[in-house]
Design a protein around this ligand. Structure first.
Ligand code: ADP
Ligand code: MG
Length: 843
């Protein structure tokens, strides 16, 4: 039957085709009117109605969210999240954003800026009927991972009725996993470095259809710390996009606006006319306190606020790391948490969620927690170290008194910081009162800390790091009217941390010398010693330029910093022994040197050249290949030593066989490019040329080797022949030319060893351990006889090698059997006697 049908079809193909065509067209017609299509049409009509209302939006009349022409899905999301009435910034910006305007939005901390951009983002994609197939439609950039995460959570809440996909692209997560999904993601919330990494490394990811770009905490994203990264990102974005910038401290820098190609942006500065720049519900005060009393002050403060939720801001990670540990041990009666950029991502998330959940707790944090984070019900913000400027101050204190809630803030100032800082705060309209602390009420914990340090060497090392890092952070502060590292009383400060002796701080000593001998410097620059001094002096001058925010970016951004040598383990109490300093003076010096290394990175930022974050920044637009090279350089700097195998040629030259050497063929100048930023094209070209050059060399090496081997074989054959002739002669006469033959012996030995490489195929190489083993065997042998015997015994191993080395190796084995007479290790005369003996036997 089947065959028959088949035949029929074959017999009348035209008829069959006509039938099939009719059937196809019928189904096609049917499928043209699916239910979904109708939905889309309805949706499109709704969209048209909404868009028609955009022109009539009157922010003054918008009391409820439903007064805006928003999609049903967004309105529903807002209602479900209990957002009914827009805040001032939302009221003033949502309409403009819907109309497609570029916006610079500024409003106090906690005033609801997140929804002010999330609502337009959702509406923009809805309006364009965006689907997963359309890829990236909106991009939201945050300065820190925590803020990105928080924004993502808000988006999930209010956007849950939409079908768009949203992704959190931050460092510290598996990049491969992210790469698989990123090209299908419609809304990306990211930190700059990580996004750029994807742009550079992931060919399937592009932003060509991007409709909306949002910079949250825009002034931070636009400052120098992120400059290179952001510029590189912007290069990848279409100019036709809409751009929204939001922050509590916004500048109208023309340069920044040009960088972002904003088109007639609308400035919405909600609180421009407000008397104060901080929330009205926030009570702010400051206290002047000596540096060595600060730890006591903090402890006493916590003891008297046990039921509160408190954030304490410190100047640097190492301060947080050390003080967090000792405060845990001091058991103040309130749970102590720590959040800083050198923690692993998992730990950061854990701490973040922990602090959200807890009713009372104190969070020790660096400025990674200063911006945007919306921890519920924070009662107090205590600034243990003075913030770098008034803006940072405003952001720090903005972690409390959010959205109509109350809050209190206390700033601890050193006597040397008071005048300058208070002036800055006044200028920025920050109402702050001075309060006094009764010194008698201060609880002293110095001795307890000293006792801890005596018990634990690790704590002592942390204390030393804390000491040096704090001084460094003060030294690097831009505003020298406020921060003067030379005013600090170092030994008292060291004691307050529990240290008996102040660690030596080399950069400070140098800086001090420079201050004292600035005039001398010119006159002595001629001699070579002071030449060095001069160089370091100049370097220091450059180092003074970076703002604290530049260094903060290293900490805030990107997975990159997860590789930091001091990265915290999940268990905070575990510390890798290798990270620790010995606590001697020398070690302190090491620490200083490492500090200087870090500073070098910052210096790059300052001059707007390639930034390591590099990883970030330059991995950046620029590219991964280059960053691999720079990573290799970094590894080299760490002085890792690879195992190597070296052999000697007959000329006594050392030849490295393992790992294979690949020499760069480019000039050193080109190498130095790194320092001044990476030129991607040049780097690619250089890699290509290196590869070519290496291939050429490898090829000619192999050819040479073959030739040489051939020569030696011929020589060996000749030698064999002459030997036989000699033997003949000897049988008749006796005597020989020992010297010449000895030479030949040596040569042949080399020839057979190198024969292993004949049909060189790198994939057939054994692991280096394999090579070592055979080498060791040779070395272990005590004498020539033993060597011969050993070879015989290890035949099973040779077999094993053979399997793995392939044909080339087999050949070498053949050679070595031919070479056997040479391996007897006997003198030539003895050899000849042996041969004669054997020949005699045979005959
Ligand atoms: P900002 O970014 O301005 O610092 P956020 O967007 O983080 O402020 O909002 C601060 C707090 O205000 C958040 O807890 C948020 O849930 C709340 N909030 C924002 N908008 C509204 C609103 N329209 N109604 C009620 N609460 C809101
Ligand atoms: Mg915010």
């Amino acid at each position: 039957m089947r065959t028959k049908k088949g035949n029929e079809k074959k017999q009348d193909p035209v008829k069959n085709f006509e039938k099939w065509k009719k059937k196809y067209e019928k189904t096609k017609k049917l499928s043209k009117k699916p239910r979904r299509k109708t939905e889309w049409e309805t949706e499109r009509e709704n969209i048209q109605k909404l868009v028609a209302k955009y022109a009539e939006i009157n922010p003054k009349e918008a009391v409820k969210f439903s007064d805006f022409p928003l999609s049903r899905k967004t309105l529903q999301g807002l209602m479900e999240a209990q957002y009914r009435q827009p805040t001032e910034i939302q009221r003033q910006t949502v309409g403009l954003a819907l109309q497609g305007k570029d916006i610079l939005g500024a409003a106090k901390t906690g005033s609801g800026k997140t929804l002010a951009f999330l609502i337009p983002v959702l509406e923009c994609l809805y309006r364009n009927q965006w689907t997963a197939m359309d890829g990236l439609g909106a991009l939201i950039i945050s300065p820190t991972r925590e803020l990105a995460y928080q924004t993502f959570e808000v988006l999930r809440k209010v956007g849950k009725n939409h079908e768009f996909s949203a992704g959190l692209v931050i460092g510290g997560k598996d990049i491969k996993d992210e790469s698989m999904k990123i090209h299908r993601t419609n809304i990306i919330i990211c930190t700059p470095g990580r996004l750029l990494q994807h742009m550079d490394e992931n060919s399937s990811f592009h932003a060509t259809d991007l409709h909306m770009l949002v910079l949250d905490e825009a002034d931070r994203i636009l400052d120098m710390g992120f400059a290179d990264t952001l510029n590189a990102i912007i290069e990848n974005l279409p100019k036709t996009r809409q751009t929204l910038l939001f922050s509590a401290t916004q500048t109208k820098s023309v340069k920044d606006l040009a960088r972002l190609s904003l088109k007639d942006p609308e400035y919405v500065w909600v609180h421009e006319q407000a008397k104060f720049s901080t929330p009205a519900t926030l009570e702010q005060s400051y206290v002047v306190c000596e540096l060595h009393d600060k730890v006591n002050m903090l402890f006493s403060f916590l003891k008297s606020h046990l039921q509160k939720k408190i954030i304490v801001f410190f100047a640097c990670c190492k301060e947080v790391q050390y003080l967090f540990r000792v405060f845990c041990r001091l058991r103040p009666g309130i749970s102590v948490l720590a959040l800083h950029g050198k923690q692993q991502q998992m730990k950061r998330v854990e701490v973040y969620n922990d602090f959200i959940r807890k009713k009372s707790a104190v969070l020790f944090a660096t400025d990674i927690a200063a911006r945007g984070l919306d921890f519920p019900a924070v009662n107090w913000v205590l600034q243990f170290d003075c913030s770098e400027d008034a803006n940072t101050y405003i952001h720090r204190v903005g972690r409390t008194a959010r959205y109509k809630e109350g809050g209190e803030a206390l700033l601890i100032l050193l006597p040397s910081e008071e005048k300058g800082m208070i002036a800055q705060l006044q200028e920025k309209k920050v109402p702050i009162n001075k309060i006094q602390v009764n010194p008698e009420k201060l609880m002293c914990v110095h001795q307890k800390l000293e006792a801890f340090l005596a018990q634990e060497k690790e704590q002592k090392e942390r204390a030393q790091r804390c000491f040096v890092s704090y001084l460094r952070s003060v030294y690097l502060m831009k505003n020298k009217d406020v921060f003067d590292v030379f005013q600090l009383k170092l030994s008292e400060y060291a004691m307050s941390l529990g240290l008996a002796v102040a660690p030596r701080v080399r950069f400070l000593n140098k800086a001090q010398k420079q201050r004292e001998g600035a005039a001398l410097e010119v006159s002595t620059a001629a001699d070579s010693d002071s030449d060095d001094e001069l160089k370091s002096f100049k370097a220091q001058l450059r180092l003074e330029k970076p703002s604290k925010s530049d260094s903060a970016s290293e900490e805030e951004e990107e997975g990159e910093e997860d590789t930091d040598e001091e990265e915290e383990s999940d268990d905070d109490e575990k510390v890798k022994p290798g990270e620790l300093l010995g606590g001697t003076d020398d070690d302190d010096e090491d620490e200083d040197l490492r500090d200087m290394d870090l500073l070098t990175v910052k210096r790059k930022n300052v001059f707007n050249v390639s930034d390591e974050d590099e990883e970030l920044q330059d991995a950046i637009s620029k590219n991964k290949k280059v960053s691999k090279a720079s990573e290799a350089k970094k590894a080299q700097k760490k002085k890792f030593k690879l195992n190597t195998k070296k052999v000697f040629t007959e000329d006594g030259e050392i030849v490295q066989q393992w790992p294979p050497l690949q020499r760069t063929v480019v000039s050193d100048e080109e190498d130095d490019e790194d320092i001044a930023g990476i030129n991607v094209e040049a780097a690619k070209e250089r890699l290509r040329r290196e590869d070519q050059e290496f291939d050429k060399k490898e090829y000619s090496r192999r050819i040479k080797e073959k030739h040489r081997e051939k020569r030696l074989k011929e020589k060996a054959e000749r030698r064999e022949a002459s030997k036989r002739a000699k033997e003949e002669k000897k049988r008749k006469a006796g005597g020989g030319e020992q010297d010449e033959d000895d030479e030949d012996d040596e040569e042949e030995t080399v020839a057979y060893l190198s024969g292993a490489d004949e049909d060189f195929d790198p994939s057939t190489l054994p692991g280096p351990d394999k090579v070592y083993r055979s080498e060791d065997e040779d070395e272990e042998s005590n004498g020539p006889e033993l060597a011969g015997r050993k070879r015989a015994h290890s035949s099973s191993e040779d077999d094993y090698d053979e399997e793995h080395w392939g044909a080339g190796r087999k050949k070498s084995k053949q050679h070595s059997s031919e070479a056997k007479p040479l391996d007897t290790g006997l003198s030539l005369v003895e050899d000849e006697e042996l041969v004669l003996h054997l020949l005699g036997n045979r005959s």
